[in-house]
Ligand binder design. Structure first.
Ligand code: G3P
Ligand code: CA
Length: 277
């Protein structure tokens, strides 16, 4: 009797699955056009903004590596997220108070794990040297108002490269991105929108999309309408998140152009599928 019940339950379950499968509600679709950007390199797997994280991003077949840039005491473009070295190295103090030679003394891998002990702080010059030919680069200027002349330094570095189509420069600082655009109009720039300011007015959208090729949001603070408004104006949208587990599914639901993630593995682990409604 129990066995019979189990058989009936299995038959009913199979029928339900077939019904769902045939009513057109659950078609699986791969979206290969979604850009994958390794946030601070593939920083879920290796210390953020280091050579290892950038190499891992390439290995995982990301389209771009995202990195953050500050200026050292001697005017070198230093790749690090925070304006100080406390969290990500074995030292402490502000980047602006050290020369590059001094910053080289610190270990940028050990706070992530012993496996990465000895990892060196990188410069933007080195990142371009080593990765320009391999992958796109999304370069974020961190608090550029604190580093007068940082836009000019980046432009002078980028001028060494003939084809800048694989480079995007971004910042939360709108004026800095306007400046980058006027210094080097062929370079694509992106404006990062602070979560609290994500509901942009029509006027603000017009202003940003007049010079920015991308308007980038934290995925938890936008909706499809806002994405559409940017895209209708001819710009693209990238979304990022540090902890929203629905980053990928929301990104697809909203129809954005790319995802900035610490774990750019989805492309090879499993193709992205979504449920068509
Ligand atoms: O690229 C988006 C993202 O990098 C902005 O936030 O703090 O990780 O630099 P944060
Ligand atoms: Ca960043």
């Amino acid at each position: 009797m129990r066995k019979q019940n189990l058989i009936w339950m299995a038959i009913i379950g199979a029928c339900l699955l077939l019904l769902v499968g045939f009513n057109g509600q659950t078609k699986r679709v791969h979206q290969p056009n979604m850009m994958s950007i390794a946030h601070r390199g593939a920083s879920g797997f290796a210390p953020e903004n280091t050579r290892s994280a950038f190499q891992k991003g390439v290995e995982l077949q990301a389209d771009y590596l995202e990195c953050d840039v500050h200026l050292s005491k001697d005017g070198e473009l230093i790749i690090m997220h925070d304006d100080n070295i406390d969290r990500t190295t074995d030292g402490n103090g502000f980047i602006k108070d050290y020369t590059l030679a001094e910053l080289r003394q610190f270990d940028a891998g050990i706070t992530f794990s012993e496996e990465f002990q000895g990892e060196s702080i990188m410069t933007l010059n080195e990142l371009l040297d080593e990765f320009f030919d391999k992958i796109g680069l999304l370069i974020e200027l961190k608090n550029p108002a604190n580093y007068p002349g940082i836009e000019e330094s980046i432009v002078s570095l980028l001028r060494n490269y003939e084809d800048l189509s694989s480079i995007i420069v971004q910042s939360f600082d709108v004026e800095s991105m306007k400046k980058m655009h006027s210094l080097l109009p062929e370079l694509e720039v992106a404006v990062l929108v602070r979560p609290a300011e994500s509901l942009l007015s029509e006027k603000k959208l017009d202003e940003l999309t007049s010079f920015a090729s991308y308007v980038n949001f934290n995925v938890s603070f936008i909706n499809k309408r806002m994405v559409n408004k940017v895209q209708q104006r001819g710009s693209k949208v990238l979304v990022w998140s540090k902890n929203d587990k629905k980053l990928v599914s929301k990104a697809h639901k909203y129809g954005v152009d790319g995802i900035i993630s610490d774990y750019p593995t989805w492309r090879i682990d499993k193709p992205i599928y979504l449920v068509q409604e």
